[in-house]
Design a protein around this ligand. Structure first.
Ligand SMILES: [Zn+2]
Length: 68
């Protein structure tokens, strides 16, 4: 369809959440990028926000297991 305009910060991987979302019990903070609107998350180990899809996992993309 149309071309999505990605803010330069987002294109560079620097997303910013709307407001200040609270961290959950495991220290993971989830939010919505105020610029591009994707779901983003941050862990205690990382100071940056990442698209949560990166960590969401794809059930169909398990590492190749033993093929014999
Ligand atoms: Zn963004």
């Amino acid at each position: 369809m149309g071309v999505d305009i990605i803010p330069s910060d987002c294109a560079a991987g620097r997303h910013k959440p709307r407001g200040r979302p609270p961290a959950d019990a495991s220290g993971v903070t989830r939010g919505i990028c105020r610029y591009c609107g994707i779901s983003i998350m941050r862990t205690l180990a990382t100071r940056s926000w990442y698209p949560s899809g990166l960590f969401g996992g794809r059930p169909d993309q398990a590492s190749p297991s033993a093929r014999s």
